[in-house]
Write a protein that binds this ligand. Sequence first.
Ligand code: ADP
Ligand code: MG
Length: 867
Amino acid sequence: MAKEQLTPMMVQYLNTKDEYPDCILFYRLGDFYEMFFDDAIKASKALEITLTGKDCGMKERAPMCGVPFHSASVYIAKLIDKGYKVAICEQVEDPKTAKGIVKREVIRVVTPGTIIDEALLDEKNNNYLAVICSSAGKFGIAVSDISTGEIYTTEVETNDMVMNEIARYEPREILLDSVTAKETANDIELRFRVIPDERDDEFFSDENGESIILKQFGKQNLSELNISGRYASIKAISAMLRYLEHTQKSGLSYINTLTSYEVNMYMDIDMSTRRNLEITETMRDKAKKGSLLWVLDKTKTSMGARMLKQWVEKPLINPIEINKRLYSVKELADNMMLRDDLGAILAETYDISRIISRLSLATATPRDLVSLKLTLTKLPELEMALSATKSPILSGISKNFDILADVRNLLDTAISDEPPVNIKDGGVIKAGFNEEIDNLRLAMTDGKKWLASLEAEERQATGIAKLKIGYNKVFGYYIEVTKSNIKDVPDTYIRKQTLANCERYITPKLKEVENTILGASEKVISLEGYIFEQVRQSVVLEIERLKRAANIIAVTDTLCSLAEVACRNNYTMPKIEEPGILEITEGRHPVVEKMSADTMFVPNDTKLNTDDDRMIIITGPNMAGKSTYMRQTALITLMAQIGSFVPAKSARIGVVDRIFTRVGASDDISSGQSTFMLEMTEVSNILKNATKNSLIILDEIGRGTSTFDGLSIAWAVVEYIQNKKKIGAKTLFATHYHELTELEERLEGVKNYRIAVKKRGDDITFLRKIVRGGADDSYGIEVAALAGVPHEVITGAKKILKKIENDEITTAGKTDIKEEAPQNQIGFADSTANEIADELRMLDVTTLTPIEAMNTLYKLVNKAKEI
Ligand code: ADP
Ligand code: MG
């Protein structure tokens, strides 16, 4: 496009747009943000707003659409949600005083991973941006939440590990370098519902990386940050800082701590295990309700809710660290009074983590400062409540407790208790804080008093009893006299406006008073803005102390939540041991017992170790409770390593380095893809990565293929895992292949268990109890009957089973089955077809309502499917 022909405004627009090619540019024009050209076309579709045009100097009008500036955040939210980035371009000069075209600048770029607007954030979830790149044969990962000022980094070796780390955070925005993109972009898009953004080499340039980082975190050398020699990490962090600066355009001073960790500091939970165990969301509908986090979250603050989620996503490995948490939870669980006191205090705090970020980025409102003050006001009570605690974390907090009295005092004296949202509305600064503001306000109220006395004086002088002083935006203050009294108006009045039944006048005296009042109110507003900014800056200087206070609130809340949950649900404190042992007495599934509160949950024991009880093979009919039992063992282990009490009578948990779960193809409802391949990929992942300190849950693997293939694979997998030289990990293996029970005899460390079932005649009852020994029968036919499979099919199945058992059909010679089965099927088909025909004949179509017709048809179609 030839810019010469364009209007100056369009030239300015296009120059700005050139700098932000990947964003939708919100260009401020008066009371609107306008979008042009491609942006307008995209945005009008995404936002469902009208596309119009604007003369731009060329023949064709430029496509244009716009949104009102005061409701922009709603539209921005929509665009962000659809994966767009939005660059906000504001007028940076006063249009009244500007010469030529008003200067405009992009003041912020909003991207999915860098949101700070409260309205766009979910209070209980962190909002993460991730940067991943490769260097020196490793992947560097940096993750930040700028709404809370957190930043984390680690390095990993493989693609799989990259995916597993991302799964911990579920970032909203992911930036990749070209190498990483080649290997992981597809997977990321497929699994995380985020389209990764591949950036060029310049974005990841090594230049100045180190000094950018050192400057940001105020350090002399990288070892103070734990990242010396970690080139991939350094590359990722420096790229992230550059990106944040590019998008935020203002100080990132509040991002002043960096957490660099080794992946093996936390329990490794791969992506499909996270999903299978439903740790933070359910598999089926991705809801929090029904997940482990849902059971554990009784937090009273958003900061606590986010921290609890982080704990759940990063279970610990180090027994000392785990015990610190457990003993703190215990102290709170044992002391209901303390818990209640803390709960009451916490409930009155605000999300100061996010307020702090908004303060640093200068988007905080006066009300944010009041929320901050109210929160700080609670700190002395919090200190008091914690002062007598003895457990490691709590007593640690209560030592050196900083109640931030200076900051609280400043806010209390400077900011009104109930300020408006907008500084421009006035009344933000408290009386007594600034003399000039007080004087100006006095002038304003005095002015109003003068007006009242002026009105009285004029009435007296003119003898017009109904004379009034009024105000409108166009003429300012005026004297109003009704038509009938005009004859008494003195010559000194200057007529300004004539209305239907009155006239409006001004006088020099009136204008004088007006100038004082209006002048003062304008001055007050600008002075208030200035003082507010000063207060903001002084508070920002104390950011490190404020962040510590935020952290104290979050940790206390998280521990209280775990204690509360422990008491309400009758959990017990697990005993943390060195790796190897896993002994749970009367364990329960934390979620299932909550979800089906009307049925009694039957507790079960688990005994696993690295010797005789390494592998448990569980057989039993469908629906007996195998999956539930295995998951409960995994969840109890996980909970213990989070620092939570566990649903059991007692538990000895040797820390595990990883938990793996693999659920057989047909049980895996949500993935919906060719599952046998996926199943085997994941089995191979387990076999490659499990160690003797891992916990493995295999739920009916081998299902996705033919019986004999499946059985052989399952058999070989058991042998491999059981072998101490290969893996020797603690394993729970549920299977419908009864042949596997033979392994107990053949391999050491393997034990058979089954879920007890009571059979009376043709009826079976699930007892939900796990007992030693293999299942004698799969009860498949009985379960089918329970599920409501038609009687004829059940009897048919029984006949075939009899024949198989009597060797009339040999399972080895598959052809025999094929020949037998169709004959029977024809029998079923005939009778079912007859039934359908009968039902159709009986129908009276003329009297059927549409709904009844639908229902009947649905029933018949289902019947027909059985044929
Ligand atoms: P399986 O894997 O053997 O087919 P599941 O573990 O899926 O069986 O359990 C089936 C249902 O039985 C679960 O949805 C749950 O409601 C119930 N259940 C399982 N274990 C128990 C238990 N210990 N106590 C009570 N109900 C249970
Ligand atoms: Mg199952």
